[in-house]
Design a protein around this ligand. Sequence first.
Ligand code: NOJ
Length: 613
Amino acid sequence: MRKLLLTLATALALSASASAQKTTPATDPTWWRHAVVYEIYPRSFGDTNGDGIGDLNGITAHLPYLEKLGIDAIWLAPMYPSPQVDFGYDISNYTAIDPQYGTLANFDHLLAAAKQHHIRIVLDMVMNHTSDKHPWFTESSSSRTNPKSDWYIWNDGIPAPKRAANTPPGPNEHHGPHGWVVPPNNWSSLFQGSAWEWVESRQQFYYHFFYKQQPDLNYRNPAVEKAMFDAVRFWLDRGVSGFRLDAITTLYEDPSLRNEPLTGHLDASGFPESNHTLTSGLPEVHTFLQRLHNLVASYPGQRMLIGEIYTPDTTALRSWYGTADKPELELPMDTLLGFHKEGAGITDSSNPTLTAAHFRKYITEAETELDGHTPLFVFDNHDNPRSWDRFTTPTETFEQKEALAKIIATVLYTTHAASLIYYGAEIGMKTHTPTRREDVRDPIGITGWPKEKGRDGERTPMQWTPGPQAGFSTNPHTWLPIGDDYKTVNVQTESAVPNSLLHWTESLTALRRTNPALHDGGIIMLDNTNPSVLSYVRTAPANAHPILISLNMTSQPQTIHLDLAAAGISVHGLKSLIGPQDLSTFTCKDCPQPPFTTDLTLPPFASFIAEVQ
Ligand code: NOJ
């Protein structure tokens, strides 16, 4: 799946000073610039009614945990009524709650309770398409003359190639009012096969970028935009803090329906993939976002927009912020650091190697090439195998993998960027990919098996306890199986282990919130050519200490020589801020002495975070 979505790229132990309290340095201008946004897949977080599927009350019940974790906002994946073909990304009513997740009253309770815990709610808004069961589509597909007839992308098709008598029609060849027709062009669906589906009642094809049960809306019709903006207002009026805009780059298509260049690859169903250059990233998307931004910004309380964006490089990412006069997204997702594999092209770029060079490049670019805009670093989400598996190798021990996960967490919370964390990453949940086709729930895994196993692996229920169903549900028949490692990888167990990934994450989010350099300081890369160790310093505002971060990305001890003086920073000592690694294993030979060159020996896969004194 990661390959599919990336095709779219063309488309301390805590320092005594860091407490878990939500106090922020006074300079905080805009909450989202410093935010830790936590993605919750509602089916998989907490089940309070015993049906084996998570629900809104299950999220409310875990708010104290989330506050302790130190998050600022929840990105709630779709919870609207839906046939659940794409588990909520196929919406059949934009202004209600799917009964399997609860009620609107449950939602309002979640919103109010979250506020008590200083947590904002950001909703997932799926604008590109609806469910084929949405009343808009039912009406639109009923005839060519109904009032919503042009709310979706309909087309007669083009004449089918001539075939010999008595030979069957070709794939997706249909008999229309004027003879046999095929789709108007070669556009492929991101979820396999042609992007065009025939409807008998209209004797026409409709266009779908994703599943055929997800017809694309026609945003060239102003009534569609108005209807979608009404839905946006409905939730803003209830008090949500903004939206994560699903597949936002695909809102418009080439009006003349020209063929797209092919990638040269076949999808898992054997259909030739087109490269989506005429179906994604069109200029009209930007002007749409400017209008949407105006609407959202007209509400008080610093509401904001996150965009689901996969770009091939930082320059392309820059364009999604808009301009000072015409702002678009506050936080387009920066997936380059977490997903982009240098030199692998855009079709299979989701498995970057953990190298200092890779991290240095994308952290630097995000700092220097976004014109001061805030990047939103993303390592995990519900569409891609978890970083626990992507950044590690099967031969590494659990301890090594956990150390690597701490490195990723350290990068996520100690740079200038806003941070996106996906539920379970904080405890090191791994990807539990199904091993049998009959167990697969994600349709692309069913049709694409065995080449494409779908996205179930990264969506398994949150692991809370070592008890039955990992504390997720009382029902043994959970919608996806509980990960087989839940007896050791779970919140309860890790809460009792001082050096767990969970405590590491809590320490980092607390430090990030309270430490002036991490909160507001600049960032300077150090030791720029070191292939093994990534080092940077967060410079400090007046009367505060800079923070040094050094991350050994190898399985060998590494000695580094850091010339902080060259970075304009005087050193009189280093105080490690977050343990619980055995600090005696770090040696700092010359720390208190001029000429302020710091020699450190880092153990394998070590994360070193220190206050420069
Ligand atoms: C992107 C979402 O993250 C993914 O889960 C969904 O299947 C597609 N958009 C279609 O809405």
